[in-house]
Write a protein that binds this ligand. Structure first.
Ligand code: ATR
Length: 284
């Protein structure tokens, strides 16, 4: 059977093999999907070795998404905007084609699984690192009214929106950059969708937003791109301030980005609902 791997460091905890094996079963495809631990300073060598082994494709996770984008011989436009790739296709000619399905997975989880419209919504995206960068273009394509990007380091939020000026104009979306600690006092419209793409939870830090209830609409969706226990500090904080908010962690995003990658490799989109359900039991 065709072979795929997820490359990262660390990688042992990855749920991608289980997800892709379930997709394969559900679509009647035969494939092997394994883990690949790459040395942090030898990602390019790892790719060459995988190619020599006849691997068809790879998912790429922390800390290699940026390098994957740089080493690609062809990159989807979303990769160029995000400067990060999470899905590689190894062509028979020895080329590496790069895609980024993270943002698509996020958008699909919000609009389809959580049934929250992004069109015309006012969105607040926290963070301006790799995770936020991967999400921005797919969010813009949903044509929300506004995406405000707030980051601890405001200059990074500003740089990120400047990279997306042209696509935002194309879709008629207003972009705005601010510092996290300006959110309390900023003149923002009532936010319908708040997305945490910062690593603050991992560090046990709380965000410098003292009055989230002031900025959120009553039944806002509050979303953390992390899943399971890692998402809880942020989601607990949000629910304590905004009891009517809908809370969602990033498990659906994980499954949906995998489904998009599977579709690129196999030409068939796997059903994701049952996979998300079974994973939910394991994670919670
Ligand atoms: P990732 O790929 O997960 O996005 P990253 O590119 O290192 O990782 O980005 C981390 C993000 O989390 C950044 O937006 C970072 O803010 P800075 O750009 O100011 O560094 C944010 N972040 C990390 N720790 C944080 C904290 N304690 N409070 C607020 N934001 C934090």
């Amino acid at each position: 059977p065709d072979r795929y791997v997820v490359i990262g460091n660390p990688i042992a905890h990855s749920r991608s093999p289980a997800i892709h094996q379930q997709f394969a079963t559900l679509t009647g495809q035969r494939l092997d999907y394994g883990l690949c631990l790459s040395p942090v300073d030898a990602f390019a060598t790892t790719l060459q070795q995988l190619r020599a082994q006849g691997i068809q494709g790879a998912n790429v996770t922390v800390p290699f998404k940026l390098e994957a984008a740089q080493l690609a011989t062809w990159a989807d436009p979303r990769v160029s905007l995000a400067q990060a790739a999470n899905t590689l296709v190894f062509t028979p000619e020895g080329e590496f084609h790069a895609y980024n399905t993270d943002g698509l997975g996020l958008v699909r989880d919000i609009t389809v699984n959580a049934q929250t419209p992004l069109a015309n919504a006012d969105v607040l995206l926290l963070g301006a690192g790799g995770a936020a960068a991967g999400a921005l273009a797919p969010l813009i394509e949903q044509q929300p009214a506004l995406i405000a990007v707030a980051n601890r380091t405001a200059a990074k939020a500003q740089a990120l929106i400047e990279q997306h000026t042209s696509i935002a104009q194309q879709y008629g979306v207003q972009l705005m950059a601010l510092a996290l600690d300006e959110i309390d006092t900023a003149a923002l419209p009532s936010i319908n969708v708040l997305i945490n793409a910062t690593a603050s939870s991992l560090q046990g830090a709380t965000l410098p937003i003292t009055q989230p209830a002031r900025i959120l609409s009553k039944h806002a969706l509050v979303y953390d791109m992390m899943y399971g226990p890692a998402a809880q500090p942020f989601l607990n904080w949000a629910s304590s301030h905004c009891p009517h908010a809908h809370l969602r962690d990033g498990l659906g995003m994980l499954v949906e980005q995998a489904a998009e990658a599977f579709a690129i490799w196999r030409g068939i989109r796997p059903p994701s609902a049952s996979v998300l359900q079974s994973l939910r039991h394991e994670v919670d």
